[in-house]
Design a protein around this ligand. Structure first.
Ligand code: CP
Length: 321
C-alpha cells in the first residue's frame, strides 16, 4: 500500500499489521532512546488547510521520532491565500522532494485527488478531509480500544460493542471508525438525533439508536463526538440544552456503563455540551491517552508506507534502533 486515504481500503490483516507495529514502536520508542533512524533522509510534508492541534502535532512528533526531515505547511500564510491551486501546491512540494504528504483539507476527497494524481510521487496520508474520513484517528481509537478491552493480546475487536454518539452527520471520525471497527469485528451503534445522521445510514454496517440511555448498558467503548457547529446550518440543530439532556455524557449516564467500559473522545471536546467535566476528567475517559497513542499509530503508518524494515514474525525490526 502506498497511500492511506480511507480505512475502507484496509483489510483486517493490514489493520492488524498497523496496530501491531504501533504497539512495537510504542515499546521501542518508550525506551530511554526515543529517536529511531528509520526515516533518516526522507522528507515528510504536513500540509494543513484546516486547523488542528492533536493530528498536526502528533504527526510531527511521529515524523521526528523516526528521524524524517519535516516541513510544516499551513494554508494560512502560504501562497494558497493568493489563490494557488492544490495541484500547483503539490507540484511545488514534489519539486522539493517530498517523500510523503500528510494532508488535512476542508474539501472531502482532496487527499484521494492527490493520491490519484501524478502531481506527487510519494505517499499521501489523509489527516482529515471535510466530512469524509480521518483514518489515523480511527486507527488510534482502535489501538486504544484494543489495549483496554483486549489487554495482553494482539487480537482484533471481534464482538466488542462500540457506541458512537453525537454529530455523525459531519463526522469524518465516525466514517473512518465504522469501516475499521467492522473490519476488526466490532459491532457499531450510532446514537444521534435524526437531524445529525446522514442520509443513507441504513446502508452502513451499523445499528442506529436515538436513545442513549438504552444503549449504555450494552456498550464496551463509548465514543462521544464533537458537535461541529462550524459545518452546520442552525436549522439542523436542537438547542444546546436539549442536546445535552438527550445526548450529553454526564456522571449519571457514566454509571450506567458496564464497569469495564471506556469513554472516548477524539477531541477537541466541547465540555458541558457533549461531555461534562466530571466525565472528561474521570479515569474512564481515554481522550488524553488517545492523543498519546496517536503518536505510535502515526509512526507505524509512516514506517509501513515509507518502506521501513520488513517485518519478521509480526514485529518491527528493532535491531535498527
Ligand atoms: N482529533 C482531531 O483530529 O483533533 P485535531 O482537530 O486537533 O487534529
Amino acid at each position: 500500500m502506498r497511500h492511506l486515504v480511507s480505512t475502507a481500503d484496509l483489510g483486517r490483516d493490514d489493520a492488524l499489521l498497523i496496530l501491531d507495529t504501533a504497539e512495537e514502536l510504542a515499546r521501542v520508542s518508550g525506551r530511554a532512546v526515543k529517536k529511531l533512524p528509520t526515516l533518516r533522509g526522507r522528507t515528510v510534508v504536513n500540509l494543513f488547510f484546516e486547523d488542528s492541534t492533536r493530528t498536526k502535532t502528533s504527526f510531527e512528533v511521529a515524523e521526528k521520532r523516526l528521524s524524517a526531515d519535516v516541513i510544516n505547511f499551513s494554508a494560512k500564510g502560504s501562497s494558497v491565500s493568493k489563490g494557488e491551486s492544490l495541484k500547483d501546491t503539490a507540484l511545488t512540494l514534489q519539486a522539493m522532494g517530498a517523500d510523503a504528504v500528510v494532508i488535512r483539507h476542508h474539501a472531502s476527497g482532496a487527499p484521494a485527488r492527490l493520491a490519484q494524481s501524478d502531481w506527487l510521487h510519494g505517499s499521501v496520508i489523509n489527516a482529515g478531509d471535510g466530512t469524509h474520513e480521518h483514518p489515523t484517528q480511527a486507527l488510534l481509537d482502535a489501538f486504544t480500544m484494543r489495549r483496554h478491552l483486549n489487554p495482553g493480546s494482539g487480537k482484533d475487536l471481534a464482538g466488542r460493542r462500540v457506541a458512537i454518539v453525537g454529530d455523525v452527520l459531519h463526522s469524518r471520525v465516525a466514517r473512518s471508525n465504522v469501516h475499521l471497527l467492522t473490519t476488526l469485528g466490532a459491532e457499531v451503534t450510532f446514537v444521534a438525533p435524526p437531524t445529525l445522521l446522514p442520509i443513507g445510514i441504513e446502508n452502513w454496517p451499523c445499528q442506529v439508536s436515538y436513545d442513549l440511555d438504552a444503549v449504555l448498558p450494552k456498550t464496551d467503548a463509548l465514543m462521544m463526538l464533537r458537535v461541529q457547529r462550524e459545518r452546520m446550518n442552525a436549522a439542523f440543530f436542537p438547542t444546546e440544552r436539549e442536546y445535552s439532556r438527550r445526548y450529553g455524557m454526564d456522571g449519571i449516564r457514566m454509571a450506567q456503563l458496564p464497569e469495564h467500559a471506556i469513554v472516548m473522545h477524539p477531541g477537541p471536546m466541547v465540555r458541558g455540551m457533549e461531555i461534562t467535566a466530571e466525565v472528561a476528567d474521570s479515569p474512564r475517559c481515554t481522550a488524553v491517552e488517545q492523543v498519546a497513542n496517536g503518536v505510535s499509530v502515526r509512526m507505524a503508518v509512516l514506517y509501513l508506507l515509507l518502506g521501513g524494515a520488513v517485518f519478521a514474525d509480526g514485529a518491527a525490526d528493532s535491531s535498527r534502533t
